[in-house]
Design a protein around this ligand. Structure first.
Ligand code: BTN
Length: 257
């Protein structure tokens, strides 16, 4: 007889009709929220994206939520600041696990975008609070395009679950399932150095090993190279046509897609 693992306890989810940003909502009341609490909004008036951009999401059509992670005594295992990229690994793998469960093949575009058929289906904003050499808390914001089918023209190659499958989804049920995937990845210690998440993240890495064009930031110089890995601290490692390796931090490179 096989004894199956108990299903991970779903995290507590609070839905709000409208807020400026679920990231700000958690930050404002951070001491009141337990580890793995989630605030989800039907609409954000000032959704925040990476690189200081805003995050577009039509009212009531997509998942826009933030989860608080607490490390140390009252939460997850202690995590050194040096290893904070582990949070990115765990969260991206959890989103992929959820999407694959819904029949959507996906890849991770370094560091934390999720792509389905060359188009962005999900973005993440991970804001870590450090205390000394450790991460004490992390606010992980996730914007997953679910039922939206039309996007403003200025957005670069967006897609949604509905566009990928032709189905319409319940946001409440979907978020419960996605949160179960996240809890399961956290319980497996995917954020910790030395976990299997490192290999799993590479397996899912968009453009791994293919020569493609990239631009240096700032400056914009275009170069042809292939991604060969991601360093422990989360830098992208690329190899140029001469076989030379170079590491890039997030703001130092952009993909030409
Ligand atoms: C990106 O630019 O790709 C990151 C997008 C992150 C958006 C999510 S939506 C929920 C949470 N609240 C925010 O204001 N931003 C994140």
């Amino acid at each position: 007889m096989t004894i199956s693992e108990p299903a991970p306890k779903p995290c507590s989810i609070r839905w709000v009709e409208e807020t400026d940003s679920t990231q700000n909502e958690i930050l404002k009341h951070i001491d009141e929220y337990d580890n793995m609490s989630v605030v989800a909004a039907r609409y954000q008036t000032s959704g925040r994206g990476q690189r200081g951009n805003s995050w577009h999401s039509e009212r009531g059509l997509n998942m826009t939520f933030s989860m608080l992670l607490r490390f140390g005594d009252d939460g997850l295992q202690p995590l050194r600041a040096l290893d904070q990229f582990g949070i990115t690994r765990a969260m991206t793998l959890a989103v992929c696990d959820y999407l694959e469960g819904e029949g959507i093949n996906c890849m991770i575009k370094w560091p934390n975008d999720i792509y389905a058929r060359n188009r962005k289906i999900c973005g993440m904003l991970i804001e870590n609070i450090l205390e000394g050499e450790y991460v004490s808390r992390s606010i992980v914001g996730i914007g997953l395009n679910v039922n939206q089918k039309d996007f403003p023209g200025q957005l670069l190659n967006p897609t949604s679950m509905a566009l990928q499958t032709g189905k319409d989804y319940s946001l409440e049920n979907g978020l419960e399932k996605l949160c179960s995937s996240i809890v399961s990845c956290l319980r497996k210690g995917y954020y910790m150095p030395g976990s299997e998440a490192k290999a799993l993240y590479l397996d899912r890495l968009y453009r791994l090993g293919r020569f493609e064009d990239y631009a240096r930031c700032p400056g914009g110089e275009v170069f042809n190279a292939r991604i060969v890995g991601v360093s422990d601290e989360g830098k992208l490692i690329v190899e140029n046509r001469k076989g030379e390796l170079e590491k890039f931090a997030f703001k130092e490179i952009s993909y030409i897609i």
